[in-house]
Write a protein that binds this ligand. Structure first.
Ligand code: MG
Length: 373
C-alpha cells in the first residue's frame, strides 16, 4: 500500500445563526460557533472535522478561539508529514504530546477517519466495525424559554412527524417555575409522547431530590444531569432512589469517567458525545463499559452542525445498545449550512449519509459566507 502523508491542517471559525434563541441553564444561544478542520493529504484527499462548544466556555473547558489556536499552534505541526492512514496511531501521538483538549481531538480524529474512508471508499461507520442501522431516532429540544411557544413548537413537530420525542432544558429559573413549565408541556403533548428533562447540573442534591419527585409525578420519562458533574455519589443516590431513569451527561465525559461512574452506579443511562470523549473510537470504549455494567446509552450532541452531527451518527450507528436514541438535531437548529447536501430528517429519524467517509462535503462558498472575518 502506497504511503500517504498529511500535508497540512487548516482551521476555520464559522458562525451560523440559530432559528430561535436556545435557552440552557448556563447560556442563551443565538448563534452557533464551530471550528471546522480541513486536513489535506498528499494523495489529494481532504478529511473534514468539527469542534463545537455550547455557548463558548459555558459548557466546558474549551472555547472555539482556543481550539483554533491549539490546532494551528500545537496539533498541525505534529501531524504534518506523518502517514495519514492510521487514525489510531496519530491519536496516540496526540495523546502523548497533548493533555486533555478532547473537543479538539474529536475534530481531528473525525477528519482523519473521513479522509481514510474517502481514500478506500468506505464509510466512517465501516471503519469502526460497521453500522447496525442506516437511521437514528432524533428527539427535539424545546428551549425557546417560553411555555406557550414550546407547546406550539411541539404540536407543529408532532403533526409534521419530524420528531416523536422531546427534551426540555430547565435550571435557569427557580425549580417551582421550571417544574410547572415541564408539567404543562407534558400534559399538552400527552402521556404517549416521550418527554425528558435536562437540568444541566443546575440543582443541588437536596433540591434535585424534591424536584425529581415532582417531575416523576408529572410523568417525565428521564432526568438528565440534575446535579453537578463532579458529584458521582450523588448521581448514584438519585439513581437508586427514583424509578424515573437518571442520565449522566456532563459527568460522563471521558472513558475513565464512564468506568468510575459505572462502578458506583451513577446513572442508569449515559449520554455519550464525541466531543466530551475525545473522539469516535472512545465512544465505542464507553459504550462497551456501559454495556458491561447494564447501563443504557443515549447519543448526545454538543449542538454541532452537520459535520459533527454526522460524525456522531457514524459512530452511534455502530452501537446496538443505543436504547434511548439520539439528540442529533444540531443542523435543524441552524438557519443555513456549510455542506453541499443537508442531512435528511423525517418520521422521527435522521438518515445517515451513506457515502465514503462521513458522506458529506464542504460547500466552500457557504464556508466563506459564514467564516469569522
Ligand atoms: Mg445534557
Amino acid at each position: 500500500m502506497r504511503d500517504v502523508q498529511i500535508e497540512r491542517v487548516e482551521t476555520i471559525i464559522v458562525d451560523l445563526p440559530t432559528i430561535r434563541p436556545h435557552h440552557l441553564s448556563m447560556a442563551v444561544m443565538r448563534k452557533q460557533t464551530m471550528v471546522i478542520v480541513r486536513l489535506f493529504c498528499s494523495d489529494g484527499i481532504e478529511g473534514i472535522g468539527e469542534a463545537t462548544t455550547i455557548g463558548g466556555l459555558s459548557y466546558g473547558d474549551e472555547s472555539p478561539e482556543g481550539m483554533k489556536l491549539t490546532i494551528d499552534t500545537y496539533i498541525a505541526p505534529l501531524l504534518q508529514g506523518k502517514s495519514a492512514r492510521s487514525a489510531n496511531a496519530l491519536m496516540s501521538l496526540l495523546d502523548h504530546h497533548i493533555q486533555g483538549n478532547y473537543f479538539v481531538k474529536s475534530a481531528i480524529e473525525t477528519a482523519l477517519l473521513d479522509a481514510q474512508g474517502k481514500r478506500i471508499g468506505v464509510s466512517v461507520a465501516h471503519l469502526l466495525g460497521g453500522a447496525v442501522t442506516k437511521t437514528l431516532p432524533v428527539l427535539w429540544t424545546l428551549a425557546s424559554g417560553d411555555t406557550t411557544k414550546d407547546i406550539e413548537e411541539a404540536h407543529a413537530l408532532l403533526a409534521d412527524g419530524r420528531h416523536k420525542a422531546f427534551k426540555l432544558k430547565i435550571g435557569r429559573k427557580p425549580p417551582k417555575e421550571d417544574i410547572a413549565h415541564v408539567a404543562a408541556i407534558k400534559e399538552a403533548v400527552g402521556a404517549d409522547t416521550v418527554v425528558t428533562v435536562d437540568v444541566n447540573q443546575a440543582w443541588s442534591e437536596s433540591v434535585a431530590k424534591q424536584g425529581i419527585a415532582q417531575l416523576q409525578l408529572a410523568g417525565i420519562d428521564l432526568i438528565e444531569q440534575p446535579i453537578h458533574k463532579t458529584n458521582f455519589d450523588g448521581l448514584a443516590r438519585l439513581t437508586r432512589y427514583f424509578e424515573v431513569p437518571i442520565m449522566a451527561d456532563e459527568a460522563v465525559a471521558t472513558v475513565s469517567d464512564a468506568f468510575k461512574l459505572a462502578k458506583v452506579g451513577g446513572g442508569s443511562v449515559f449520554a455519550l458525545k464525541i466531543a466530551k470523549a475525545g473522539g469516535l473510537v472512545n465512544i465505542q470504549k464507553q459504550a462497551a463499559i456501559a454495556q458491561g455494567a447494564g447501563i443504557s446509552i443515549y447519543g448526545g450532541t454538543m449542538l454541532e452542525g452537520t459535520i459533527g452531527s454526522v460524525a456522531s451518527a457514524q459512530v452511534f450507528s455502530t452501537l446496538p445498545t443505543l436504547d434511548w436514541g439520539t439528540e442529533l438535531f444540531g443542523p435543524l437548529l441552524l438557519t443555513d449550512d456549510i455542506v453541499k447536501t443537508r442531512v435528511r430528517y423525517g418520521n422521527g429519524v435522521m438518515e445517515i449519509p451513506q457515502g465514503p467517509g462521513l458522506g458529506i462535503e464542504l460547500e466552500l462558498n457557504q464556508v466563506e459566507k459564514y467564516k469569522r472575518k
